[in-house]
Design a protein around this ligand. Structure first.
Ligand code: PLP
Length: 408
């Protein structure tokens, strides 16, 4: 495993180890030849694997197989949802030019939305969040009223990747339905941990999924599209009903289906166990470093696997390197672009001060995390924080490298 024999991998929200079931499906398919669009026996065999995988993923997500569009991952699915829906809505009525998007979205949503504003004439309204890191449905309702008749789409993620805070998607879905506006939700961090609501419940029209966050391979994902037209990003062979051209990646799709089935089967064990580990991590850190702050909230609902912590007077990038040397792999709460450390947009939106944001780390657990991982972290953390603080006081940027990991 990635953290080495003794463990210490705390970056499962960036990517989590491949589940054995996914690996078996992946390896088996890599040895099989066949383009799922070919009409001969090999092609038909590949097509069968793809369609059975699609059915199994659709069943787990509570949607129809025809509503699942496979993509190269979460980033492509988010781009297809945002641009594809915007273009389709504008084609239907040029009045639809407003995009309502939460301020805490992943860059795979925020950046396409901002691109629409820059180059496609979109009006963008960013929905603020409270100190707990959650969107307030009443704020969305006010914006839906203010922009009634012009909203092309709303995009609010199901759970935030930096804080783990789960967003009130059911209430947001109800609101969007009332105003007749399509809702996209980036569910990359929550799929796997939680079952999706069934067809009777109010739910998003578009849903982004990424396999490598629940034990599938990197480079495959899906956009669920329910009753909403989307203009394709990729034109070509017309696969997947023209929604996404490109040869179907049989092995990756089979592995994604196997990973999701395994995650669902493991859910009753994993969710409480990982939540307990996270709680013991937070408790343990507060014991050894009582001035540690929690970014977000310890109130439910939140993902079971994320602890977002701020260490006052310690630079997160220095701390990250010191922990790495000690075999602890985690992620900084600040994106460091072109050598300039900028506080995370998520923490800024929550009102975390730039100083605290600069000392913020995300520890994220996964399906194979153990108490030994947490013990190991608690053993090395106090010394690493002390050294990072000394480096800070000395005015040195102790260690520096481009770390854009909070974007993951
Ligand atoms: N959305 C969220 C919330 C994420 O955490 C990630 C992770 O990187 C992505 C989208 C991008 O997914 P992918 O890595 O499959 O492109």
């Amino acid at each position: 495993r990635m953290g080495g024999v003794s463990g210490g991998y705390f970056d499962h929200a960036a990517t989590t180890p491949l589940r054995p079931q996914a690996r078996a499906a992946l390896v088996a398919e890599l040895d099989a030849t066949g383009n799922a669009s070919s009409l001969h026996a090999s092609g038909r065999r590949a097509r069968k694997v793809v369609e059975e995988s699609r059915e199994s993923i659709a069943a787990e997500l509570g949607v129809r197989p025809s509503e699942v569009v496979f993509t190269s991952g979460g980033t492509e699915a988010d781009n297809l949802a945002v641009k594809g829906t915007y273009w389709a809505r504008r084609d239907a009525d040029p009045e639809y030019a407003t995009v309502l998007v939460s301020a805490i979205e992943h860059h795979a949503v925020l950046d396409p939305v901002r691109w629409l504003a820059r180059s496609q004439g979109a009006r963008v309204v960013e929905l603020p969040v409270g100190p707990d890191g959650c969107v307030d449905p009443q704020v969305l309702e006010r914006e839906l009223i203010a922009h009634d008749g012009t909203v092309a789409l709303v995009s609010v993620m199901s759970a935030n990747n930096e804080t783990g805070m789960i967003q009130p998607i059911e209430r947001i879905s109800t609101l969007c339905q009332r105003f007749g506006v399509p809702l996209h939700s980036d569910a990359v961090q929550s799929v796997g941990w939680y079952a999706q609501p069934d067809a009777a419940a109010p739910r998003p029209d578009l849903l982004t999924v990424s396999a490598h966050k629940f034990g599938g391979p990197i480079g495959v994902g899906a956009l669920v599209v329910r009753g909403q037209e989307v203009v394709p990003l990729l034109h070509g062979g017309g696969q997947q009903n023209d929604a996404r051209s490109g040869t179907l990646m049989t092995a990756q799709i089979a592995a994604m289906a196997a990973a999701l089935a395994a995650a669902a089967a493991d859910r009753d064990r994993a969710v409480p166990q990982v939540a307990d580990l996270r709680d013991s991590l937070i408790r343990g850190v507060l014991e050894v470093l009582p001035d540690t702050r929690i970014n977000g909230s310890t109130a439910e609902p939140r993902l079971p696997n994320i602890a977002a912590l701020a260490f006052p007077d310690a630079a997160a990038d220095a701390l990250l390197m010191l922990l790495d040397v000690a075999g602890i792999e985690c992620s900084a709460g600040s994106a460091c672009t072109a050598g300039v450390s900028r506080p995370s947009h998520v923490l800024a939106a929550m009102g975390v001060s730039p100083e605290l944001a600069r000392g913020s780390l995300r520890f994220s657990l996964g399906w194979d995390s153990t108490a030994r991982d947490v013990d190991r972290l608690l053993t090395v953390l106090p010394d690493a924080v002390a050294r990072a603080r000394r480096a800070q006081v000395g005015g040195r940027t102790a260690v520096h490298r481009s770390s854009r990991d909070s974007r993951l």
